[in-house]
Write a protein that binds this ligand. Structure first.
Ligand code: SF4
Length: 216
């Protein structure tokens, strides 16, 4: 796949997206459209299945409306609230530290720059870019395992780490697609282009895929 193919491929994926019934769609639906929920759900989602994150996010966001709420919940209650996300005890501790940082350093607001987001407890580039794109509507490419794997399978990039993939994509992906790229590729990776045994026979964009063409 070349960078010239990308607009066509991504338009096909946008059209197909509703048919995939991917777990990420349920997760997106559970979030409020604000930076804090984008941040909290992204943190809860690490090392956790999207179905589980969606359920936990729903009840968590009903209880937590602002960083101060997290400071007022005791550790044990918070653990119960986010159970069974992966590493829920560590995450509960991390969320309280994050809330303290937001209240003390950022006036209770989620910052809207990559630089400041990366100062927050437990926030790496993937989470920061999710907050920028989903929470603030800014152009940002969030690279997770699906985005990294599929971009390499297509032959669009040849990279070893998600960080390298993000850098390469920023060079070749038209800015208008930055925000949608994660959502589309995560849904695609959860349903069609799976890590093991991708369903190439059902794939609507196989003719552009480097991996598929290498098998012919
Ligand atoms: Fe993934 Fe197969 Fe489609 Fe290529 S052809 S994008 S490997 S599902």
């Amino acid at each position: 796949m070349t960078r010239e193919d990308l607009p066509k491929v991504l338009e096909i994926m946008k059209r197909e997206f509703p048919k995939w019934h991917a777990p990420i769609v349920k997760l997106i639906a559970q979030k409020r459209k604000d930076p804090l929920s984008a941040l909290l759900c992204a943190l809860l989602s690490t090392r956790t299945r999207d179905e589980t994150t969606a359920e936990v996010c729903k009840r968590f966001l009903q209880r937590v409306k602002k960083p101060q709420d997290l400071l007022e919940i005791d550790q044990e209650e918070l653990e119960k609230l986010i159970y069974p996300v992966g590493f829920y005890r560590n995450k509960a501790r991390q969320l309280k530290e994050l809330a303290k940082q937001l209240v003390e350093d950022f006036n209770g607001k989620v910052p809207d720059s990559l630089e400041d987001l990366l100062k927050l407890k437990g926030v790496g580039r993937k989470v920061a870019n999710i907050v920028l794109s989903e929470g603030f509507g800014k152009p940002a490419i969030a690279v997770d395992v699906h985005v990294h794997r599929i971009s390499n399978r297509w032959g669009l990039v040849k990279t070893k780490t998600p960080e390298e993939t993000e850098e390469a994509l920023m060079e070749i992906l038209p800015r208008e697609y930055w925000r949608d790229y994660n959502r589309l590729l995560v849904a695609f990776g959860q349903t069609i282009c799976k890590p093991i045994k991708p369903k190439c026979g059902e794939c609507p964009i196989s003719k552009w895929c480097g991996y598929y063409n290498s098998l012919l």
